[in-house]
Design a protein around this ligand. Structure first.
Ligand code: ARG
Length: 463
């Protein structure tokens, strides 16, 4: 029985760890976040020991009760951690043993921290994934609501951040919505793979104790047990994949944030952030800065960094547990925390953003936005596209050189150009309405997209 001051492996050792080696190895300050899932996993393991007749019903009930009590103590901040507690797993086992004496010492039969820590981290990340899923849904709903409001609001669509063709604001907002829908799909697919219990794998080669890993997995509400005990303790794909999904999602948020920062730039003036999502300057009284958007943009860098850290940690690492793997948790926690911080803030910023619909419409006076419509009008009349492009380009050049505008051209000039109703085409409402195809910027398409996204969110909620 451990007295709480010597490590779990003290039997074979004559000397305790050097303080600096202990300091390097200690992970309690961050893996304490695994406490409640460690209790859940430990209770499932106790039942496996009981099924294997290694504990009787009374012992098993006492262990479960002690585990739950230790879990409560930790959650309420009452648990007295010892300096010698290396990580949350050893602290909980020590806490149970302090309560139950020799019976507590039976808890670790047939398991290792190697299979335990993997199972804990899977359970923790699955719960984080569910929270993030809910936050992504909330942002998607905000985008869908704003898109419905602005299904007919015209704005210049851009390529290279320069005026390209008219679109609707709703269409642009839903472009972000579709990216998030893919994030939700990725999260769901990741969670199916991640729902695998490693308990029973032991340190690397299972055990001789007749435990039933499938039953343990079912007790934890997980889809399956490990298929190979070496893989079970070595695999960190589920963390790496979570970080990849998180980094992609954070990238999407950064691009949405970049649009918010651009639209609210006063030199463009298409929108303004609600005061609650802007900040002032300590020196310049006039300032209203888009810090929420800028931080949402900047935070993507650290989530990408989390993915890179873990990938660098894993690459080239031979199979089996290595203490290097203890470094998996901080990037995982950081990515989850960052998304849980950014998502609600950007959702609030989107929900309260004030669009200047008139400024967007005024920006559609840029006649270059209609050049493609003019070329396509020629194409509908049988002109090969390359020629239509050239003719339209030449028209723009002439207008430019002569200091004219397209809207100033006479009917005769339009007829000479080959598009008699050319003047009528210089109209943002007409331009977007003419793009009737699904997936385009027309009002009908935006409303249909909103419906389709809603259906995806509903189906997800029901699954
Ligand atoms: N704190 C360790 C980790 O997070 C737990 C596993 C320790 N296993 C070992 N063989 N030392 O990875």
């Amino acid at each position: 029985m451990t007295d709480g001051s010597s490590p779990l492996w003290a039997g074979r050792f004559s000397t305790p760890p050097a303080p600096e080696a202990h300091a390097l190895g200690r992970s309690l300050h961050f893996d304490v976040r695994l406490a409640s899932v460690d209790v859940d996993a430990s209770i499932a393991h106790v039942r496996a020991l009981q099924d294997a007749s290694l504990l009787d019903a009374t012992e098993s009930a006492a262990l479960e009760e002690a585990l739950a009590a230790v879990g409560d103590d930790i959650a309420e901040g009452r648990f007295a951690f010892h300096d010698a507690d290396e990580d949350i797993h050893s602290a909980i086992e020590r806490g149970v043993t302090d309560r139950l004496g020799d019976l507590g010492a039976k808890l670790h039969a047939g398991r290792s921290r190697n299979d335990l820590v993997v199972t804990d981290l899977r359970l923790w990340l699955l719960a984080a994934g569910r929270r993030i899923d809910g936050l992504v849904v909330a942002l998607s709903e905000a985008l869908i609501a704003r898109a419905r409001e602005h299904a007919s609001t015209v704005m210049p669509g851009t390529t290279h951040a320069r005026a390209a063709q008219p679109v609707t604001l709703g269409h642009h907002l839903l472009a972000h919505g579709w990216a998030l829908a893919r994030d939700l799909e990725r999260l769901r697919e990741w969670s199916v793979r991640t729902s695998t219990s490693a308990l029973g794998a032991g340190a690397t080669a299972t055990s001789t104790l007749g435990l039933d890993p499938d039953m343990t997995a079912a007790r934890l509400g997980m889809h399956r047990a490990f298929a190979n005990s070496i893989d079970a303790v070595s695999d960190r794909d589920f963390v790496q994949e979570f970080l990849a999904v998180a980094a992609i999602c954070a990238t999407h948020l950064s691009r949405l944030a970049a649009d918010l920062a651009r639209w609210t730039d006063e030199s463009l003036g298409w929108a303004s952030l609600d005061e609650a999502y802007s900040t002032g300057s300590s020196m310049m009284p006039q300032k209203r800065n888009p810090d929420t958007a800028e931080l949402a943009r900047g935070k993507a860098a650290r989530v990408a960094g989390d993915f890179v850290s873990l990938t660098a940690l894993l690459q080239g690492l031979p199979l089996g547990y290595h203490r290097d793997l203890q470094e998996d948790k901080e990037p995982a926690f950081d990515a989850a925390d960052t998304l849980e911080l950014v998502l609600p803030a950007i959702t609030g910023a989107v929900a309260t953003l004030r669009f200047d619909v008139e400024a967007m419409r005024a920006a559609c006076a840029n006649e270059g936005l209609y050049a493609t419509d003019l070329a396509e009008a020629l194409v509908r009349d049988g002109v090969p596209f390359r020629e239509a492009h050239r003719r339209t380009g030449e028209l723009l050049k002439r207008v430019d050189e002569e200091g004219l505008s397209l809207s100033g051209l006479t009917d005769e000039e339009w007829t000479a150009f080959g598009v008699p109703d050319g003047a009528a085409l210089l109209d943002p409402d007409r331009s977007v309405a003419a793009r009737t195809m699904p997936g385009g910027p027309s009002t009908e398409s935006v409303l249909a997209q909103a419906e389709a996204l809603d259906a995806i969110l509903q189906a997800r909620a029901g699954s």
